[in-house]
Design a protein around this ligand. Structure first.
Ligand SMILES: NC(=O)C1=CN([C@@H]2O[C@H](COP(=O)(O)OP(=O)(O)OC[C@H]3O[C@@H](n4cnc5c(N)ncnc54)[C@H](O)[C@@H]3O)[C@@H](O)[C@H]2O)C=CC1
Ligand SMILES: CC(=O)C(=O)O
Ligand SMILES: [Mg+2]
Length: 512
């Protein structure tokens, strides 16, 4: 039911149909005279938009990639601001082409430049200065019902670090994927930025920076802001689901523990990534012609001990324990590295979240490994079946590391360069096939083109990104009316996903 009339409708992207309003509606809604007389059908508008998108592609040929993708983002964003019905139609129909624009990698560039690109607000902003006000602020959001919220504090945006308030681009992009892939009602989504300051000096000094210009809140001060936000959200919309996104590791884990039994929420980087990575790991077992249960016989090197890497390890170890019926030995197949190399029990000041995956020296000395062993040493000595990167460090799987994967104990080793955006990927698809060989299973967090191997063969590139899972997590939770989101639900999703061999985000709705 539309209560608005006249120009208010034309300026409301939820209801605006631009020149598509038929004459009867123009009369009924007080639009007569506010539009050029000719009615342009939805299909014609669709064609017109696609034609201007294609001519933009043609006209920007040869220009730097960043310039082209930002231009594409702008044209899509303008449509989003004007006419959501048309925007989501073109997005759904062209998801493969548009996902790299509204989501990774372009969304990373958008966040980096957000204060300059800003034209119209989208979503809600709760800042450190709003303490005590959030319960009333939440009622400023115009929709009566909200189903899905994606929340960030901007502290770790993709592999780009602390981008403060500019990180709002991520919740916007993620929620677009919810609409496009899971059919969530776009009037019931809400991107949220929790602006608790930034430690990014460049942004603090930028006169155009749109966020609160102060260092990040820490400790209890920080948590009290998140607490207040969560109370406000669930007071107004008790059935909403909150996805935590791109929080730096300490807060990712802390908030997950703090809220997971109290509110319907999950952390996408910890849990969504884990679900997708586990599906990929199980897929790699099958790609080698083995049984799923052989998962526990794989040797898996995980590079990056942050929220994503540890999330993957937690879920994979749980799966291994269940498959082998032995939780004592379930961590054995996994080797974890962080910026200081191989993580062992000898590590001083080890992060408690990483401690369960630290190797006993007695287990690795036979391989000639030690505390802090480098990536190349680990790959050469372990000869892993899978090399999985969630380090945020572009190019860390360099030529020597990839060549060492040729000596893997698997005839079809898997290389997952999962860090985003593209420039932060641990390696490119081309380098992976060139140096590690044609038999690899390759997946990356941001999309790469398939690789022409020059002999009539193609190196297939899969995308290992939590976008294949979170739309389904949200939709499944919504439809089932689940009160909380458990690890078991995510495990089941991951295994379903694997057995159904689905690599299209539009199918993720089916997973639960
Ligand atoms: N493909 C996907 O679906 C997802 C990808 N990611 C990506 O994963 C990356 C990391 O995310 P988080 O874990 O949240 O970050 P984080 O900052 O919590 O963790 C990064 C980890 O990498 C380690 N590291 C840094 N330099 C290293 C080096 N030279 N060698 C080995 N390890 C190194 C750090 O010690 C830390 O343990 C980001 O680029 C993010 O975009 C995150 C979530 C989902
Ligand atoms: C994909 C994602 O969630 C990330 O890179 O943080
Ligand atoms: Mg993320």
């Amino acid at each position: 039911m539309v209560h608005k009339r006249g120009a208010d409708i034309l300026h409301d992207p939820w209801f605006n149909k631009d020149t598509g309003f038929p004459l009867t509606e123009r009369d009924r809604l007080g639009l007569r005279g506010l539009l050029p007389p000719r009615v342009i059908s939805f299909e014609q508008q669709y064609t017109r938009f696609m034609e201007s998108y294609q001519s933009l592609e043609k006209n920007t040929k040869g220009q730097p990639e960043g310039v082209v993708s930002l231009a594409k983002w702008r044209i899509l964003n303008r449509l989003h601001d004007r006419n959501e019905t048309l925007y989501y139609r073109v997005l759904i129909d062209n998801i493969k082409d548009f996902a790299p624009i509204i989501y990774t990698p372009t969304v990373g560039l958008v966040c980096q430049n957000y204060s300059g690109l800003f034209r119209r607000p989208r979503g809600m902003y709760f800042s450190a200065k709003d303490k005590g006000e959030m319960m009333s602020m939440i009622y400023n959001w115009p929709a009566q019902q909200v189903d899905m919220i994606v929340l960030t504090d901007g502290s770790r945006i993709l592999g780009l670090g602390d981008l403060g308030v500019q990180g709002i681009g991520i919740p916007i992009g993620k929620l677009d994927m919810y609409v496009a892939a899971a059919g969530i009602n776009p009037q019931r989504i809400l991107p949220v930025m929790l602006d608790v300051g930034t430690n990014n000096q460049k942004l603090l000094e930028d006169q155009l920076y749109l966020g609160v210009r102060q260092p990040r809140l820490e400790g209890e001060e920080y948590l009290s802001i998140v607490d207040e936000f969560m109370e406000a959200v669930f007071t107004r919309w008790p059935k909403a689901i909150v996805q935590f996104e791109d929080f730096q590791m300490k807060w990712a884990f802390e908030t997950l523990q703090r809220y997971r039994k109290r509110f319907c929420m999950f952390n996408d980087d910890v849990q969504g990534t884990a679900g997708v990575a586990l599906a990929g790991l199980l897929g790699a077992v099958r790609a080698q012609g083995w049984q799923l249960a052989d998962f526990v016989k794989q040797k898996i090197v995980v590079v990056g001990a942050g929220s994503a890497g540890l999330g993957v390890l937690n879920m994979s170890v749980q799966a291994a324990a269940r498959m082998s019926g032995n939780s004592e030995t379930a961590t054995k197949p996994f080797f974890l590295l962080d910026k200081d190399g191989l993580v062992t029990k000898e590590r001083k000041h080890i992060d408690p979240a990483a401690a369960p995956f630290a190797k006993n020296l007695s287990d690795i000395e036979g391989l000639g490994l030690r505390e802090g062993a480098s990536l190349i040493e680990v790959v050469k000595k372990v000869k892993p079946h899978v090399l999985l990167g969630l380090s945020g460090v572009g190019g860390i799987f360099h030529e020597e590391v990839l060549k060492a994967m040729r000596e893997s104990d698997s005839p079809k080793p898997a290389i997952f360069a999962m860090s985003n955006p593209t420039m932060n990927a641990e390696c490119t698809a081309t380098d992976a096939f060139k140096h590690a060989g044609e038999n690899i299973v390759f997946a990356s967090g941001s999309p790469f083109e398939n690789v022409d191997l020059g002999n009539g063969k193609v190196g297939h590139v899969n995308q290992a990104n939590n976008m294949y899972l979170f739309p389904g997590i949200g939709l499944g939770t919504l439809l089932s009316g689940a009160r909380i989101i458990t690890d078991g639900m995510l495990q089941a999703a991951s295994e379903w996903y694997n057995t159904h061999n689905v690599f299209d985000p539009c199918f993720s709705v089916l997973f639960m």
